[in-house]
Design a protein around this ligand. Sequence first.
Ligand SMILES: Cc1ncc(COP(=O)(O)O)c(C=O)c1O
Length: 366
Amino acid sequence: MPEWDIERIDTPAVLVDLDVVEANLIRVQARAQARGLALWPHTKTHKSTWLAAKQLDLGAQGLTVAKLGEAEVMRAAGLHTLLIAYPLIGPIKLERMTHLLEHGATVRVALDSREAADTVAEAARRAGTEVGVLIEIDTEYHRVGVPPGEAALPLARYVADQHGPRYQGLFSFAGHMSGNLDEEGRRRILEREATILAQTRDILVRAGLAPEAISLGGTHHSARMEQLGLGTEIRPGTYIYNDRNTVIAGSCDEADCAASVLVTVVSAHETWAVIDGGSKTFTFDQSHLGGFGIVRGWPEIVFERMSEEHGILTWSGRTPLLRVGERLQIIPNHICPVINLHDASYGVRRGQVERIIRTDGRGKVQ
Ligand SMILES: Cc1ncc(COP(=O)(O)O)c(C=O)c1O
């Protein structure tokens, strides 16, 4: 593909710095490998088969997806080793899961109910194959997950006793690591997660159900691998691009942010300016510090509010800072839903567009 200057990109548009992406992928892969952790990157951040293939080439063991629709996209691109980090419920999911298995995918699923285990078991039997099952434990994020300890035993036993699903171990997502916390608060969550999982593991071991895998998330974990008490694998997603929230949480530096939104100033005033991207470009995803992103090169400017197609940047003092036509790069609060709003991103290197990165899994929420 011929290279061209980023000045020729219309706005708003997502820019992805390929040098930073490669550095992020290589760094986390190497650190996981050094600690004996298998990397199962969560592809919900980029939703790109090209980037997923890159992650596998660099040594990832398989790919994590949230939804079956994302798994179908990856499989269609020949990326077959998948962890669906979401319970599959109902007859339609059963049919689609069976189809996925019949077309060459090797799948593992995280789940917390007999209903979800039944979907997996029936799909595996119909397709004449096995599906790995990880029992999701609620490690106090209080989303999906069975309570820890003895309460995990009946479901693990239910899965292990069936034909089709293959009981593999435990799964945890401590999503509350993203909250408004200091470093000590994050350390305590990791410690607590490790304690809960170790207690649950010991109960399972005594019952003859020793987990061969313990899967942990996400980017806040991958930035603190030395603090992980146990775990055999890790599922960071945001680490490939990073965003304002991972910077604020101390999980990366601003220089590690690979993705930004290129925008144009369309209206300028004494104390504010308007950019050509609003909630349909950035989402309303919050940061506990307020504001909707980092305006690169302008630490004094706050991305204060949005309507659908307008973003309002403000600053203190009465000196106009921005002029109409100026182009800015903004690092969003949360990059994952931003990518899902855009058909494609522009992969750039040193000011030149090197490739278009299609968001293959865009909108695949089913
Ligand atoms: C189950 C699960 N695992 C892993 C991740 C990846 O986390 P992060 O985006 O912080 O890297 C997520 C993110 O939402 C998730 O829901």
